[in-house]
Design a protein around this ligand. Structure first.
Ligand code: GDP
Length: 521
């Protein structure tokens, strides 16, 4: 597959890390992104007017080297999760912004869960340290409880105290990003090949047509290249930087605004260069069809509580992922506590990947999609249009107002009891009197029905001297004299054919049955 083409080590060159800023509302994400952008040692060099294109690059001086860092400048984790839900990995490092006066808040935890679920290393920016009442030490303590242990405490997470308002320690923050990236990641890509990457933002402009910001992840994108981005395609007519200057090429980790696409790609769509425009169009059309199929497949893939036990039994899954949302934090905690006390079966585990207070959001559904989680709502409802999204994505949402009911359902699912159980229901038995060989139907057992009914197209097994000699068979042929019959009752004679199964002797017993739902007790 061309998309997975191996890159020779000798071709790999260092590339800038790509960073997303996440955190609770009002903790200063937007302000920090502004401060970082202004800190750029190269700022003002081109004299361009900065514009928001969805991402920007800054240069930071690290031990005498000018190193670039790319920032996705849509603050918050919605974009992050939406892209991840589409299978795109954009972010190398997440900066978790926590206001030093407020401390850890619900969306701090949410952001942290998202980054951890995506295996993205986190650098903590303890912001607003200029404020009276700032307590950075408390933030360190709080985050330690969530597994983000500061280096000062012997952990491996870097905490930097900053003030976005006073531009304090912004350089230190960038330094921490680079150190974390260098320590945790292999940030190299081959610039000497056709570009591929991800669309991070796009819109339709009256004058310019489709305008898309793409992040080049490997290779080099050039004006004149033909690309496919999601289901959009076209020749790159022009490219712009975030300061509005025109570019002719862009290498790995570089975000650029691209003109010339047929339509607007979606955030998280991958793009790559094709040989010519015809190929680009064909791929775009194929992707459109594939999108439709993927939507269908996703529905089939859904993990609901009902499916879970079957998946466990089949050895396909061993972890039930849950997202808990409740009206008050006490209820969510109580629910989680009780859930974690469930005595799950061997080899099976229950993992709460995210918990929060408030309505079920689009973001919860996106996370559930990525991690195949079931959403449990306690005294909450889905926000507007979220139920639709969940349905489309095949995400199972369950609502409860009594903790015990939730626990009961999950416990049953974990023990394989939520799903209706089926049991064998015997329809009838027949004794073989004589075996006829038919070239058309294989062996036909001339039999007499001893009990119940023998019915065509039902499951059958055959025994000899009390031992089962053939199981999982089907009554494929059923004859009454020369005629086909659908069923034959007790004391009547009939001819039974079991498809390609031919080991039938006089005296054998054929038993037929069907699976019926077992009544719950
Ligand atoms: P966001 O919702 O996380 O993007 O937060 P904003 O960047 O919009 O900041 C929220 C508020 O906090 C604004 O009024 C900012 O001016 C203020 N703010 C942000 N950073 C700082 C800081 O370092 N110190 C102080 N004192 N205020 C800040």
């Amino acid at each position: 597959d061309a998309e997975l083409e191996a890159e020779g080590d000798e071709e790999l060159e260092a590339r800038p890390p790509v960073v997303t800023v996440m955190g609770h509302v009002d903790h200063g994400k937007t302000r920090l992104l502004d401060a970082i952008r202004k800190s750029d040692v190269m700022a003002g060099e081109h004299g361009g007017i900065t514009q928001h294109i969805g991402a920007y690059q800054v240069t930071h001086n690290h031990e005498g080297d000018d190193r670039k860092i790319t920032f996705i400048d849509t603050p918050g984790h919605e974009a992050f999760t939406a892209m991840r839900a589409r299978g795109a990995k954009v972010t190398d490092i997440a900066i978790l912004v926590v206001a030093a006066d407020d401390g850890v808040m619900p969306q701090t935890v949410e952001a942290l869960n998202h980054a951890q679920a995506a295996n993205v290393p986190i650098v903590v920016a303890v912001n607003k340290i200029d404020k009276e009442g700032a307590n950075p030490e408390k933030v360190r303590g709080q985050l330690t409880e969530y597994g983000l242990v500061p280096e000062e405490y012997g952990g491996d997470t870097m905490f930097v105290e900053v003030s976005a308002r006073q531009n304090l320690n912004i350089d230190e923050l960038l330094e921490a990003v680079l150190l974390t990236a260098d320590a945790a990641l292999d940030m190299r890509a081959n610039p000497n090949k056709d570009a591929r990457g991800i669309a991070i933002e796009a819109n339709l402009d009256k004058g310019r047509g489709a305008v898309a910001t793409v992040l080049v992840q490997s290779g080099t994108l050039r004006v004149g290249d033909t690309i496919v981005a999601g289901t959009a395609h076209g020749r790159v007519r022009a490219m712009f930087d975030d300061d509005g200057s025109a570019l002719t090429e862009a290498g790995p980790s570089r975000p650029v605004q691209v003109l010339g696409l047929s339509n607007v790609p979606r955030a998280g769509d991958t793009f790559f260069v094709t040989a010519d425009e015809r190929t680009a169009r064909q791929i775009a059309e194929k992707r459109e069809a594939a999108d439709r199929n993927a939507a269908l497949a996703k529905r089939r893939k859904r993990i609901s509580l009902e499916d879970f036990d079957q998946a466990v039994a089949d050895g396909k899954i061993d972890t039930l992922n849950l997202i808990l949302k409740g009206d008050v934090s006490g209820a969510v905690e109580a629910l989680e506590d009780a859930l974690l006390k469930i005595d799950v079966g061997e080899g099976v585990q229950l993992r709460v990947i995210h918990r929060g207070v408030g309505a079920i959001t689009q973001n919860d559904v996106n996370l559930a999609t990525v991690d195949s989680a079931v959403i449990i709502g306690f005294n909450v409802k889905p926000a507007e249009r979220v139920a639709e999204l969940a349905d489309r994505e095949g995400v199972d949402m369950r609502f409860y107002s009594v903790i015990y009911s939730a626990i009961d359902d999950i416990e049953m699912a974990l023990k394989g009891m939520l799903k209706p159980e089926y049991e064998e229901f015997q329809l009838g038995t027949a004794e073989v009197r004589e075996v006829f060989r038919s070239s058309k139907f294989g062996n036909i057992a001339g039999s007499i029905v001893r009990s119940g009914i023998i019915r065509r197209n039902t499951k059958a097994r055959i025994s000899r001297d009390g031992k089962i000699i053939g199981d999982n068979l089907t009554v494929e042929t059923l004859k009454r004299f020369k005629d086909d019959a659908t069923e034959v009752r007790t004391d009547f004679e009939c001819g039974i054919g079991l498809g390609s199964y031919n080991d039938i002797n006089e005296g054998d017993i054929i038993e037929t049955f069907e699976m019926r739902e077992k009544p719950r007790v």
